[in-house]
Write a protein that binds this ligand. Structure first.
Ligand code: SF4
Ligand code: SF4
Length: 341
């Protein structure tokens, strides 16, 4: 079912939906950007169309809805533990095709990896319905087409935002009742980006040759990368966290266990007892990230982890291009081992 709504009508729809759902969308956080007087666009709960930033790519991805930056897993005393109360209301999330495909990568990691479902992720994920934001343009650094992540049919509703009105396609019958008596019927279907300026050639090899792990191409990142982790925190598919126990001041046998985002680029991520660390050089960390996103994950799950949203390139303070790194890797593999010495 398709509909055309004015902005006022869309706000009536959001108001009705908000009675039963938490609604998340990209919104502007003024003056919180990297440089002075710049903004970031980040996910939060919204209630009005005017709050939704649909004209630009969000700085951060929507993964925070199912993967909070900090999440308390349980509270403990000496003899017992209990899990925190959680908000049981279902969620609607406005997001683009690449990010919906990014959630598919998170689902693989949290629900299928190692044969065990992550219950904390599952509880949040089960509540989520997707509202697709149609992309009106391919943004800077996007390469979703190269990654095959530019299209999706995995959504409950699709929306084309416009200055004058809003077109939508409804696929979820549970949401149909909210649209009774609102808007004009039509046959709207969302369109998808078919070409990006940036094209990435992902190497198609059954096995990476051993020599590529020590190739000189990784050395440049030893110095250029400052291990800040911005590429990881803004990525929709980076899913690593670390766990820590927070002990309460007045009784150190009472506290809570939290998990907190962590990432392969930052210092300490691979530290082990005795001071051993697996990837001390920043180039080795870049190599690990690249291989995980376009090789190791694919070997296990038959699809690329990376969806080509380009946020890693948008947000790297050292202007390191991950998409360019994949193309360099592809060229290196074509040139062969001799070119690497
Ligand atoms: S690696 Fe970069 S392009 Fe790929 S999903 Fe993550 S942020 Fe997006
Ligand atoms: S954002 Fe750039 S500098 Fe920071 S860790 Fe990632 S690649 Fe390195």
């Amino acid at each position: 079912m398709g509909k055309s709504l004015s902005h006022n009508e869309f706000n009536v729809l959001l108001g009705a939906l908000a009675k039963d759902y938490n609604i998340y969308a990209p919104a502007r956080f003024e003056k919180q950007g990297r440089f002075s007087d710049t903004d970031i666009i980040r996910y939060r709960q919204v209630s009005q169309v005017e709050e939704i930033v649909w004209q630009a790519k969000s700085t951060y991805s929507p993964k925070e809805v199912v993967m909070p930056v900090t999440q308390t897993l349980f509270y403990f005393t000496q003899t017992e533990y209990r899990e925190p109360e959680t908000d049981t209301r279902p969620c609607l999330v406005f997001l683009r095709a690449c990010d919906i495909n990014g959630f598919a990568s998170l689902d693989k990691i949290y629900l299928e990896n190692g044969g065990t479902e992550d219950i904390y992720y599952k509880r949040l994920r089960e509540k989520v319905k997707f509202i697709l934001i149609e992309c009106h343009t391919s943004f800077d650094n996007c390469f979703c087409v190269s990654m095959g992540a530019n299209t999706t049919d995995n959504y409950s509703m699709a929306v084309r935002f416009g200055e004058e009105n809003i077109q939508l396609e409804l696929k979820d019958e549970q949401l149909a009742g909210y649209l009774d008596n609102i808007g004009q019927g039509n046959d709207f279907k969302p369109q998808f980006i078919q070409e990006n300026k940036i094209k990435v050639n992902v190497p198609s090899v059954a096995e990476m040759p051993d020599w590529i792990y020590n190739d000189q191409m990784w050395k440049q990142y030893d110095h250029r990368c400052i291990a800040c982790g911005r590429c990881n925190t803004t990525c929709v598919t980076c899913s690593c966290y670390t766990a820590l126990d927070v002990l309460y001041d007045d009784n150190c046998q009472v506290g809570e266990r939290r998990r907190v985002w962590a990432s392969c680029h930052i210092d300490g991520f691979t530290d082990m007892a005795g001071g051993h660390g697996f990837r001390k050089e920043n180039g080795a960390r870049m190599r690990f990230k690249v291989f995980h996103k376009i090789y190791d994950f694919n070997k296990r799950f038959g699809k690329h982890m990376c969806v080509g949203c380009g946020r890693c390139d948008d947000n790297c303070p050292e202007y390191i291009s991950y998409s360019n790194c994949i193309n360099i890797l592809n060229d290196r593999l074509k040139e062969g081992e001799k070119a690497s010495v």
